[in-house]
Design a protein around this ligand. Sequence first.
Ligand SMILES: Cc1ncc(C[n+]2csc(CCOP(=O)(O)OP(=O)(O)O)c2C)c(N)n1
Ligand SMILES: [Mg+2]
Length: 548
Amino acid sequence: MNGAELLVAALKNEGVKQIFGLPGEENLVMVEALRRSSIKLVVTRHEQAAAFMAATHGRLTGEPGVCLTTLGPGALNLTTGAAHALLGAMPMIMITGQKGVLSRKQARFQVVDVVSTMTPLTKMAHQIVSPTTIPALVREAFRVAQQERPGPVHLELPEDIAAEPAGEPPLIQPHPIEVPVAQTAALDRAAALILKAERPLIMLGAAASRPCLADALSDFIKRVEIPFFNTQMGKGSVSGGSGLYMGTAALSERDYVHDAIDRADLIIAIGHDTVEKPPFLMGPNGPTVLHVGYLPATVEEVYFPHTELIGDVGPSLTLLAQRLEGKLPKAGTLLSLRAEILARITARANESRYPLTPQRVVHDVRQVMPEDGIVCLDNGMYKIWFARNYRTRVANTLLLDNALATMGAGLPSAMTAAMLHPGRRVLAVCGDGGFMMNSQELETASRLGLNLVVLVLQDDAFGMIRWKQAADGFPDFGMTFGNPDFVTYARAYHMKGSRVETADGLAPALEAAFTGGGVHVVSVPVDYAENSRVLIDELQAHAKERRG
Ligand SMILES: Cc1ncc(C[n+]2csc(CCOP(=O)(O)OP(=O)(O)O)c2C)c(N)n1
Ligand SMILES: [Mg+2]
């Protein structure tokens, strides 16, 4: 065995089935080792997409996704994906090539210090300097990537180490990671706090979406019957169809869901991660906050929990429910606000206007997506509308990035979702700005034979920034652009494309696209006048109403 073959064997030992990547000449020994292994090489058209795909694999399965690139330019193209996985707590392994370390036959050609570049963007970044270290390094990389708080790990494999004879060293067998359960004293303290609350409210944050947690969390909510809201990344962690869902905090204050948040005397924040835009702002006079998490909360100006319940969240919640079940007559106090909040949020969702309103887009998408269908958002204005208005009923069926909040991840993340769940409908929702950042991956999606619909919201602008520019009183400048004809663009990739031409045309266009199979691009013109009308004017009027 050479170093690369040993690395591939160690990856296989970790259960890796595919590697997303775009190799260079420094990876050729590794590519040859992959060719002769059972691990599939999924070649993308840009390294950033490979990283987004690997990160989404980590997010959806809990097992690190793996990506591979060359040195220098290829490795640097992984940086945004690394940050996306680091802030989003997605387990991922990045393997990059490098010129030889034992001799420098090409001097400094293409050489940059990738390990140093990756150090602040990962949980661990390491150069492999000898094949002997590979079994331990790979095991350590997977342990670190997977362990709470999950995230990316970088390994650099220089080409001469890849080719170096490695012998047949034994591999290190992985074992499950078990997080300790919260201590009895902490459980008793948390239970006492909840038992005396008059108006309790649960908040589900980003870590509530860990794939292994869905059942225990749903069970806890059902047993204690305390109403809940979620952050954007906590969306979908519990059945949203339950009568306890109060809304999603897509804004930090003054949205309708804040009517409940502002009245709560106790917020049980499960899995909140302060990488997210704050779902509410803690202040000196606010409610008591109990933080429930795998790890203690980071203390911030806007988030400083009064007490914590730290440990494996699922089993800890089960123990907490045993202390609370049937003893919370006031659990549902804030439920009286629910009907009003949800009615305000869904107002005018059926309006027949063309171009379509964002509320109508969300409404129609929900109609064509089955309960287990997966919607993957890129980043733009529509993310706020989907976070506020889209109801989820199955865990991890709305994937969005409210941490790095990078544009360009929508299509690659949907491709991984479609690979992992070939039997489910998968929809990427992108703005015309974000779509064009990684639209070349349409070719990858079609080469992989995926069934996937890509909805492009067309406003010929970086709409979100244009809206903020206007909201902040700046003149309209620098945010508009032209677009290709997206139908022709799709056809150029040998796939189907359609354009929504009427107010009622979106749902049928999506339905036809899903029924037709393969990769299909649907473009829909969107009218963002609703941003200011609802998110500024209407919410300001509502705040005044509440004060008065
Ligand atoms: C990679 C990256 N660049 C820039 C931004 C800042 N940004 C956030 S939203 C946005 C506009 C997105 O435009 P588009 O994709 O067309 O969506 P829209 O808001 O128009 O619906 C920009 C530029 C970002 N989040 N990520
Ligand atoms: Mg746009």
